[in-house]
Design a protein around this ligand. Structure first.
Ligand code: SF4
Length: 215
């Protein structure tokens, strides 16, 4: 690891020592559904919606048979709820038809499921199996660009590959969780709190903005 990556990791470990998944779940199925619902929604909103879903549809078998309008009603507080309702029903049907209602612990098989992309599969396997990965959400993508590990135009997959090259495998999972916590609490999309961030000397965004202000 470069001195810069060591400094970034050391700061994140000091600032967010207990960073972890903030989605509530009681089973592999409920975790996979919760991650699917979290696209463009914050985990708090998802955690408020999921108890209602699982009270009525506790397993893939029941959710596979659900009326889409009913599911939409249960998750309408979340963005993209029409698509999400359709996807979690299709996902449940696929789990019942192909895997007897179990969630496969395999990246390629997961990404064949309706509504399950690379990020969802990566987050799921990291949480359930502690499989090393740095799934890239909006926070990870933004901070990786600001710190100069990747570029804004990079796809999430490319950003993940670039981050993987810059950090040791054993730290990938922690990095995923801690960058999300950092993005929520300090390095916001708008008005990041740079004055209380110890990564200023490593941050391209900070250097760019400081030189603009200094002109
Ligand atoms: S200096 Fe500002 S933009 Fe850079 S990582 Fe810290 S909070 Fe984010």
């Amino acid at each position: 690891m470069t001195p810069k990556s060591e400094a970034v990791l050391s700061y994140l470990k000091k600032r967010f020592p207990n960073a972890k998944c903030t989605l509530d779940y009681a089973s592999p199925f409920s975790l996979l559904v919760a991650i699917s619902l979290s696209a463009q929604s914050n985990d708090l909103s998802v955690n408020k919606a999921t108890p209602n879903i699982f009270k009525r549809y506790p397993d893939p078998e029941s959710l596979a048979e659900a009326d889409i309008k009913d599911v939409e009603e249960l998750i309408k507080s979340l963005g993209l709820y029409h698509n999400k309702a359709k996807n979690i029903i299709l996902l449940s049907k696929a789990l019942v038809e192909k895997y007897h209602g179990e969630v496969p612990n395999d990246f390629a098989l997961l990404t064949e499921l309706p509504g399950v992309g690379h990020k969802t599969a990566g987050v799921y396997l990291l949480e359930i199996m502690n499989k090393p990965a740095i799934p890239v959400d909006t926070h990870v993508h933004r901070i990786s660009d600001r710190l100069g590990y990747s570029k804004e135009k990079d796809s999430p997959d490319l950003t993940e590959r670039k981050l993987e090259k810059s950090f040791d495998k054993e730290d990938w999972g922690f990095l995923h969780h801690s960058l999300i916590a950092f993005g929520r609490e300090v390095c916001h999309a708008k008005n990041p709190e740079c004055e209380r961030c110890e990564l200023q000397t490593h941050c391209l965004y900070f250097k760019r903005n400081s030189s603009i202000k200094g002109k």
